[in-house]
Every structure is written in structure tokens, then in C-alpha cells.
Design a binder for this molecule. Structure first.
Ligand code: ADP
Ligand code: ZN
Length: 734
């Protein structure tokens, strides 16, 4: 029996404190229990994230005061999952436990009351209201528009502090009451119910495969490989219906980036209120409410990004991981888990079917099908036999030769845009870099503006007139002349979305262009607003980064242009080809989704690269077979698991020495089947002021690497200024 509990308290969620477990509570405390603990001079609520027999502070420990509630907040199955995550991803159990329970839920405890403010004034107003001071007026007006609101919402929306609200209460114009009413973040947005579509042949077969898997005792995992526009979502919807019919619940994961209102609406308009939505833009209160709607069974379907995987859906019948190849499923802080892989594990623990869907499944998943570990459902045709868009690749080297200089738009693309605009069709342009130019260079001496903290060049942002570091966000003024040689002629090398926008303005001044990247999408609603405008034809050309590559479904888009398709190939990563193939296929998939056929024009400097050619000829299998051969030869995933150790610190020599020492100790105990590199500077050698050194390990079995790593972590202490991150199944090698 453990005698020490590690507790996170609600006021400080980022670290845990040790407490002694008194004898009478021994039986009722476990990981996941909510407790009350003495903290300084108060009593606070907390949450047990770990148990131990030993504490470094043993002589000054306080005792846990009590246990709150009978049932721990984390169901057993999810607790099991947390332990698996900690073990597999080499992370402390505390981190894993924190990951599986949203902080909004931890902070507020099980019972959650809000102060709800309601107007006591009727619609037509009252004489007293007309002469209120502006602040109070604003409060009354806000309540009139929105109906009852919580105090914090009211403050946010009216822009007032609490005091005018209190004054109004005294005047008898508003009431403030404690309420446990759960607020629906979608209140006021009624959706029309949709009926299930009559399925296309391939969809029917895919659904049958999935339902058959769901009905088995050990359901397993099915890969749904469906080209863009093949109607995967409809298959998910009907598979979920199958789960509901059996009295089961479901979880749907989508990458944050495609958690668009468009996507969410498709689920809500089929299933209404039994859908709980978890996204990053929810307030803590909303998140808390949504979580409890799931926990108490009001909502049987949870949809959300990565962390929605841990929703406490009871009697889980199906987990869908849409766009399963997306790297955003990997969390980039401890625990560095991949939600797709953890989904498969949750499926195994809870005996529930897992569907991984994508137009371009990751090679790992493709290989799991080949090896018979996953089932397969394929949909290679678009709904209603709409044709796949025709892709043309323009060789920008030839274009440059013809023009005498590197151009941004090829003749073909410009003509394509004109043609579409003339017949009132819409265009999407994709470039995966924001800002104006990739760097600022001096032609005379070769000086490049670099970030002081990171080993990358600064990006020039014209509208803000600043140099920005895309790694650490540092901002700098644009120098008037070269800081090195004093020459005033700077060259803007490379292009970003901001520059394209400017050039478009000259090419087609009448076209209505909207730019969508993280610079223009700062406000909460701007995403929805722009997409609505595009949908209703108020915008002709949508220009953007990653953000517009996926999930968008606009029937009137008949041309997609990709500028600089090989940008993603010039990355030192064995997955560069796979990423490029996926990106091109996804972007191209935005074209021709309606009655009209679509066309894609891809501009590239290496047009013959296999990834680009495979995307052009829609040859997923061909691409996979070829890339898998290369990976097998070099023993890269999926033929091995890969663990990346990154040492970071301010002092380069210290970092290097620490990495060397760690490596030497590790080498002594690593089994022979593990291949490993010596410590080398990371491709991104310095970031946010920290030097980075890496060791890469590869082996067929993860534990053969993680056990020894854990062992060395415990025995070889790193110097104070150096930290180590362990990334199991790393997706980013930077
Ligand atoms: P994917 O996710 O595979 O790219 P979607 O699920 O977005 O494809 O489907 C593409 C379009 O086809 C959507 O507008 C969807 O409403 C429509 N659709 C899907 N299945 C059917 C069907 N069986 N009959 C008619 N339309 C369908
Ligand atoms: Zn920087």
C-alpha cells in the first residue's frame, strides 16, 4: 500500500505536491481520486495523480484531509490507458493522468455552479432603463440581446466590470442566481436535421466491413482508405448510428485544423444534442460542461481534436480517427503521445472498433494492413462518380528560363485563374508559408537577417513591417540598410502568402481575395466568417496555408493552384516525400467537389520527384510501395520504431557534453538490435535560445529502447542547465 499521494491542487496545476495518506483513507484513495488537502493556511481541492512509498520531503509532509465523492473522476479503462501512455511514451504517470482529464474538469471539481445573470426588464424596456449610465446600459443591452448569461460571459460581452452588474441587481433590474444549468456552446444555432444518404456501392461495402468488425467480440482496427470526396464522413455517420442502435457511444477525432464548423455541423445536424464538441476555443466553463454531459450520459458522441480521445464515453462502440495520417495527432509535450495509436490501444482495452480514415493513410497504417494487423475498407471513387481533379505539374525552372527570371505565377496558372473568374467559378491557392518573404538578404555581402535566439532566418511581414521568427515569435524592426556592409538594397528572397496576395491584387484587381493564415485568423470568428463568405460567393479566390488544405468542401471551386509544391521536400526528414504526397493529394481534393469538374495546377522546381508524380497520377499504392522499399533498406519506420532524444540548454558545450555522457552510458546497456546515432546537432540547431543535440535510436521493439533510456535517466543526472526530451515514435525530427 502506498503511503504517499502525489496531488495537483486546483490553484497550481503544473506541479504536484506530496501528501501522506492517513490510515483511515488508505482504502479509498487511488490515482484519480479527488481529495481535499491542507495548503498553506487553507484547505484546497486537489486530485491524486500518482502514488508512491517514498517522498523526498518525508519529514515535513501534511496529511490528506479527505476524499471528495465516491467515484473517481477517471473511469478504470481510461486510467489503464494513462498507465499505458506513461509506460510506452516514457513519461511520468503524473503527466499522463493530467492528459486524460481536462484541466477544466480538474479545477472545478464535480459539482459546478455558476452565477447566472438574467434581465428583469421586459422586452419594451422600462423608464428607469433609459437614463442609466453607459456601463449599466451596456449590461442591460447585452442581456436583452443574448438572454441570461454567466457573470464572466456578461463581462466579456458587455465589456464591463462586475460593479455595474451589482448596481443593477440592487436597482432590481437584473437577478443573479446560482445555477447548475449546463450551457450549450452551440445554443442559438439550430441546425436542420439531415437524414442518412442512400449509400454508394463502395460506401455500402465499407460500412458493412466496419459494422461487421463492430459486431465482433474483438472488433479490432479498420483502415478506411477513401479518396477525397468519396464520402468518408457519411460512412462514419452511419457507423456511429450502428453504435447508437446497439446502445453504444462513439468518439470522433479530427485534427484541430479541420475541426471546422462545417465538419462539426455535419455531426450535429445528424445526431443533435447527443453530440458533445470539444475544441480548443471553448472556454473552461464550456469544456467542463461538455465533459460532464458525456460523463453523465447525456451525450453519447464526443467529437474533438486529439484530447477528445479521453472523453469518458460509456460503453464505447466506435472510435473514428479522421485524417489519421495527420502529424497534429502527436502531442509535442510530455507525454508525447500519438492519438491515433493511443486510439487503437483504447479500442483494445475497451473492446471497441477503431476506424482510421484518410485519403492518404500514413505508411505505418498502410503497412499494418499489409501485415494483417488492420482490416481494410477502400473507396476509390468519388460520390456520384464525380471525376477526380486533373492535375498538371508546371516546371518552374523552364518557366524561369522563358521569363528570364524566377516568377511567382506561371503562365498556365494565371490563365487558369482568369478562365475561372470569367465564368464565376472559385479558386483556391495554396502556399505553405505565411508572411511576405522567406528572408531578407543583402545582395552585396550575403548577409541574411537571422533570429538572435534560433538558427533560422527571419521572415519579412510587410503589413506589420516587421521581421518575425516563425520558431520563437521574436519580432524585429526592418533595418534600413544592411547591418554588415551598409548597403541599402535588400532583397526579399522566397515568397509567403502575404506576397502572393499583393501580386494577385495586380494580376486580377477585380477579384475578391481572402487570405487565410495564422496572421489573418487571429480573431475567434474570422475563420467561420471567411468560410461563410467563400461559400456564399462573396470571395473569388481563397489563398492560404495548411489551414485550407483539408476538409473544406465547396462545390464551386474548380481550380486549385499549388505554389512551390517542393517546399516540403526540402526538409531533412525521411518522411518529406510522404508529407509532400499527402499535402498535394489533400489540397487537390478541394477541387471539383460539385457537379463541375476540377483542375489542379502544381508549380514545382523538381516536377519529376516521385512524390509529386504519384500525387499527379493519383497513385497512392504505387507511392507507398516505392517509399516502403526505401524505408526498409534504411530501416526507418514502419520497419522500426524510432526514438529521438533531444538535449537542450543555453550553453552549447554543456549540452554536447551531457549528450555524450548519456550516450556512452546508454550504449553500454542497449541491446544489439537497437541501432543508434552518436549525439549530433539537431537540424534546428538552436531554438528559443537553446542549443539542441540529438540521438536517434531505431529498433523493432520500442521497449528495447525505452527501458534502457529510463534506466540511464535515473542513473545519469544531467547538469542543471540541460534538459532531455524523449520522443517515442517521433514525427518531427527537427
Ligand atoms: P470525404 O470526407 O471522403 O472527402 P465527404 O464525406 O466530404 O468526402 O463527401 C463528399 C460530398 O459527398 C459531401 O458533400 C457529402 O454530403 C456527399 N455525399 C456523401 N455520401 C453521399 C451519398 N451516398 N449520396 C450523395 N451524396 C453524398
Ligand atoms: Zn527565434
Amino acid at each position: 500500500m502506498a503511503s504517499i499521494a502525489k496531488v495537483v491542487v486546483e490553484i497550481s496545476l503544473d506541479r504536484e505536491f506530496d501528501y501522506r495518506i492517513p490510515a483511515h483513507l488508505q482504502a479509498s484513495i487511488r490515482v484519480g481520486s479527488q481529495v481535499t488537502v491542507p495548503f498553506q493556511s487553507r484547505e484546497l481541492r486537489g486530485f491524486v495523480v500518482g502514488l508512491a512509498n517514498y517522498s523526498a520531503f518525508a519529514d515535513k509532509l501534511k496529511e490528506i484531509a479527505g476524499v471528495v465523492g465516491e467515484k473517481p473522476l477517471i473511469p478504470d479503462e481510461i486510467m489503464k490507458l494513462a498507465y499505458w501512455i506513461a509506460d510506452y511514451y516514457c513519461a511520468p504517470i503524473e503527466h499522463a493522468v493530467r492528459t486524460v482529464l481536462p484541466s477544466a474538469v480538474r479545477k472545478r471539481g464535480a459539482k459546478h455552479k455558476k452565477q447566472l445573470v438574467a434581465s428583469l426588464v421586459n422586452e419594451t424596456g422600462c423608464p428607469a432603463c433609459d437614463n442609466l449610465p453607459p456601463k449599466q446600459q451596456a449590461v442591460v443591452e447585452t442581456l436583452r440581446q443574448h438572454g441570461p448569461l454567466t457573470v464572466s460571459e456578461l463581462k466579456e460581452r458587455s465589456g464591463c466590470s462586475e460593479s455595474p452588474i451589482k448596481t443593477l441587481e440592487k436597482l432590481g433590474l437584473v437577478s443573479i442566481e446560482e445555477s447548475t444549468i449546463l450551457r450549450d456552446p452551440h445554443a442559438g444555432m439550430e441546425l436542420l436535421r439531415t437524414e442518412p444518404f442512400a449509400l454508394m456501392v463502395e460506401q455500402r461495402t465499407a460500412l458493412d466491413t466496419i459494422c461487421a468488425a463492430m459486431d465482433q467480440e474483438k472488433p479490432g482496427t479498420v483502415l478506411l482508405h477513401g479518396v477525397t470526396g468519396s464520402g468518408k464522413t457519411e460512412v462514419y455517420l452511419q457507423a456511429i448510428q450502428h453504435a447508437l442502435d446497439k446502445g453504444q457511444g462513439a468518439i470522433v477525432l479530427v485534427p484541430e485544423i479541420s475541426l471546422t464548423p462545417q465538419t462539426v455541423d455535419r455531426f450535429r445536424s445528424r445526431f443533435g444534442d447527443c453530440v458533445a464538441v470539444l475544441h480548443s476555443s471553448l472556454s473552461d466553463g464550456e469544456r467542463h460542461d461538455e465533459w460532464h454531459r458525456i460523463r453523465n450520459g447525456e451525450a453519447q458522441i464526443a467529437i474533438g481534436a486529439r484530447s477528445a480521445l479521453f472523453s469518458p464515453v460509456e460503453n464505447l462502440g466506435l472510435i473514428v480517427v479522421d485524417e489519421e495520417h495527420e502529424p497534429t495527432y502527436k502531442q509535442d509535450e510530455s507525454p508525447r503521445y500519438n492519438a491515433r495509436d493511443v486510439a487503437v490501444m483504447r479500442g483494445r482495452i475497451e473492446n471497441c472498433c477503431v476506424v482510421l480514415g484518410s485519403a492518404t493513410p500514413a505508411l505505418e497504417s498502410f503497412n499494418n494492413v499489409r501485415d494483417g494487423r488492420y482490416g481494410l475498407a477502400e473507396m476509390l471513387m468519388r460520390v456520384d462518380d464525380r471525376s477526380m481533379p486533373l492535375m498538371r505539374v508546371v516546371d518552374m525552372r523552364i518557366e524561369a528560363e522563358k521569363e528570364g527570371r524566377a516568377s511567382i505565377f506561371s503562365k498556365e496558372l494565371v490563365q487558369g485563374i482568369y478562365d475561372r473568374l470569367n465564368i464565376n467559378e472559385q479558386v483556391i491557392l495554396f502556399l505553405n508559408r505565411r508572411g511576405f518573404s522567406a528572408s531578407l538578404q543583402c545582395e552585396k555581402c550575403g548577409y541574411v537577417a537571422e533570429c538572435a535566439e534560433c538558427s533560422v532566418s527571419m521572415t519579412y511581414h510587410k503589413r506589420a513591417h516587421k521581421l518575425l521568427c516563425h520558431i520563437c515569435g521574436a519580432e524585429e524592426k526592418v533595418p534600413d540598410r544592411c547591418p554588415d556592409c551598409g548597403d541599402p538594397d535588400f532583397k526579399y528572397a522566397g515568397m509567403g502568402t502575404e506576397r502572393i496576395e499583393e501580386v494577385l491584387g495586380k494580376l486580377c484587381p477585380k477579384a475578391r481575395v481572402a487570405r487565410m493564415d495564422s496572421d489573418t485568423m487571429r480573431k475567434k470568428d474570422s475563420y467561420r466568417t471567411v468560410l461563410d463568405q467563400f461559400k456564399t460567393g462573396k470571395i473569388d479566390i481563397l489563398l492560404g496555408t495548411q489551414m485550407i488544405a483539408k476538409g473544406l468542401d465547396f462545390p464551386n471551386v474548380t481550380l486549385v493552384g499549388v505554389l512551390h509544391a517542393d517546399m516540403s521536400l526540402n526538409v531533412p526528414d525521411f518522411r518529406a516525400g510522404e508529407r509532400t504526397f499527402q499535402l498535394l493529394t489533400q489540397v487537390a481534393g478541394r477541387a471539383g467537389r460539385g457537379e463541375k469538374a476540377g483542375e489542379v495546377i502544381v508549380q514545382a522546381y523538381t516536377p519529376h520527384h516521385p512524390a509529386i508524380q504519384a500525387a499527379r497520377s493519383l497513385d497512392y499504392e504505387g507511392f507507398c510501395s516505392q517509399d516502403l522499399e526505401f524505408r526498409r533498406e534504411l530501416n526507418y519506420p514502419p520497419f522500426s520504431h524510432l526514438v529521438l532524444l533531444t538535449f537542450k540548454g543555453e550553453n552549447e558545450l554543456e549540452v554536447m557534453a551531457a549528450a555524450d555522457r548519456f550516450s556512452a552510458q546508454l550504449e553500454r546497456i542497449l541491446p544489439e538490435s537497437v541501432s543508434h546515432s552518436p549525439p549530433v546537432p539537431a537540424p534546428l540547431a538552436r531554438a528559443k535560445g537553446l542549443w539542441r543535440y540529438q540521438i536517434m535510436l531505431r529498433c523493432e521493439h520500442t521497449v528495447k529502447m525505452t527501458r534502457p533510456i529510463r534506466h540511464v535517466q535515473q542513473t545519469c543526472r544531467l547538469p542543471k542547465g540541460v534538459t532531455l526530451t524523449v520522443d517515442v515514435d517521433a514525427l518531427s525530427l527537427l
